[in-house]
Write a protein that binds this ligand. Structure first.
Ligand SMILES: NC(=O)c1ccc[n+]([C@@H]2O[C@H](COP(=O)([O-])OP(=O)(O)OC[C@H]3O[C@@H](n4cnc5c(N)ncnc54)[C@H](O)[C@@H]3O)[C@@H](O)[C@H]2O)c1
Length: 278
């Protein structure tokens, strides 16, 4: 089994790491050799830490080859796309993948908010296109949503599901609807939490404690939003609202103000809480 990963950013590097960890031959494609090398460095770093902690015995970074050429994905069995969340860029890539890859190769997208069916519609083989929606950080989060687009055939869907299992994930089956399963539920719920901050005049600390100790959440909603990134959450919220128009999906003004002020959460050093950036 040979897997291609296109785009080695936050998600793609995590997915490539999972492939290497699972002992699969992996080809990573980035736009420049430098970005590819950076991603390989991060993957090696995380896998080395896992060895040091005794979580894995060893890994073979030699399983990962890097390229800037889509043509080098020609003999992959499955290619997972994790490039920028822009419909035109994704469609252009899938047209190229379709031209280059074997006719029986499965082509998967890690999109969070775009329609898999729409991405597939740019190609002439939509039956082999499927969603594989990993969660951030991909090496740590157990879930992957396997998304069936309108024209996805069983063979491609089943192959993506089997790969999810092979990568040590817990795959679930769903259809190509806005937000798929988890984001469809979680995004409006987190927006509710933010609105309650103002309605109930409760502090982030108390709201977090409330949801942890009263609802059994593993972490409170403000802590979770800081971890995800206020900008990333708002992007998903706006995309969901655009498609489904439920008022709860609309971006809460408090979060928009935070984004405008650069309070993006953990990554910027401050969101609902302050973090030591060192
Ligand atoms: N970050 C998240 O929480 C998250 C979670 C689930 C899914 N996703 C989805 O995963 C995808 C990637 O998100 P990310 O957060 O990793 O973004 P990112 O910006 O960290 O990484 C994208 C990478 O793709 C590269 N790239 C762009 N165009 C390319 C091309 N044509 N070929 C090869 N590489 C290309 C960029 O250089 C960059 O390194 C998006 O579709 C996003 O919606 C993100």
């Amino acid at each position: 089994m040979k897997v291609g990963v296109v785009g080695l950013g936050a998600m793609g590097a995590g997915i490539a790491q999972l492939c290497v960890e699972a002992g699969l031959e992996t080809v990573g494609r980035e736009v420049t050799a430098e970005l590819g090398e950076k991603a390989r460095g991060r993957i090696e770093h995380f896998l080395t830490r896992k060895v040091e902690k005794g979580q894995i015995e060893a890994f073979d970074i030699g399983l990962l080859s890097l390229t800037t050429e889509v043509a080098d994905l020609a003999d992959c069995d499955v290619v997972i796309e994790a490039i920028v969340e822009e419909p035109a860029a994704k469609q252009a890539l899938f047209v190229e993948l379709e031209r280059v890859c074997r006719a029986d190769a499965v082509l998967a997208t890690n999109t969070s908010a775009l329609s898999v069916t729409e991405i597939a519609s740019a190609t002439s083989s939509p039956q082999r296109i499927v969603g594989m929606h990993f969660f951030n950080p991909a090496p740590l989060m157990p879930l992957v949503e396997i998304v069936r687009a309108e024209l996805t055939e069983d063979a491609a869907f089943d192959a993506a599901f089997a790969l999810g299992e092979q990568l040590g994930k817990h795959p679930i089956r769903c259809h190509d609807t806005p937000g798929f399963v988890v984001n469809r539920v979680l995004i409006p719920l987190l927006n509710d939490c933010v609105r309650v901050l103002d309605e109930a005049r409760v502090s982030p600390e108390d709201l977090d404690a409330g949801m942890q100790h009263g609802a059994g959440w593993p972490m409170g909603p403000c802590t979770l939003l800081d971890l995800v990134g206020i900008d990333v959450h708002l992007h998903a919220s706006e995309a969901l609202y655009d498609k489904l128009r439920e008022p709860r999906m609309a971006a809460p003004p408090r979060l928009v103000a935070m984004r405008n002020a650069g309070l993006l959460g953990r990554k910027s050093g401050r969101g609902f809480y302050s973090y030591d950036k060192t």
